[in-house]
Write a new protein. Structure first.
Length: 133
């Protein structure tokens, strides 16, 4: 949460615990689909702390925010992406998250916590929908 100190690998691993493997897996899978994938740490204020922004070219794909033993992914979904999500095979629970996401100028702020491999799979699917729309 310290604005002046970006998280390092040690701090990240300590905060995430076993979820550090999920973090790395998500980054790996997104890099396979969106090469070259770049990342940068951004500070979003004292209430939110640091997030890792993953970008393809100049387009932000997702923000990863470390939490205690898990992490959050955040996407900005435009209305075309929302419609595409509803036409996909995403589970009803994820569609509910999308439908209830707050609306901003850049799109709906879709946020989901990552606790396991299935969550990583869903996050990769959401990234694909976002990037295709």
């Amino acid at each position: 949460m310290d604005k002046l100190k970006k998280p390092g690998d040690e701090e990240l691993a300590e905060a995430l615990g076993k979820a550090v493997g999920l973090w790395k897996e998500l980054k790996r899978r997104l890099a396979e689909q969106h090469d070259p994938l770049t990342d940068e740490w951004v500070y979003s204020g004292k209430n939110y702390g640091w997030s890792l922004r993953l970008k393809w070219k100049k387009r932000a794909i997702v923000y990863l925010t470390p939490l205690d033993r898990c992490f959050r992914v955040a996407f900005a979904f435009g209305e075309k992406a929302v419609q595409a999500a509803h036409q996909s095979d995403l589970p009803a629970s994820v569609l509910k998250i999308i439908d209830e996401a707050p609306k901003y100028a850049e799109g709906r702020g879709v946020r989901m916590e990552i606790h396991g491999a299935e969550d990583v799979r869903l996050a990769v699917k959401l990234a694909g929908i976002k990037m295709a729309n």
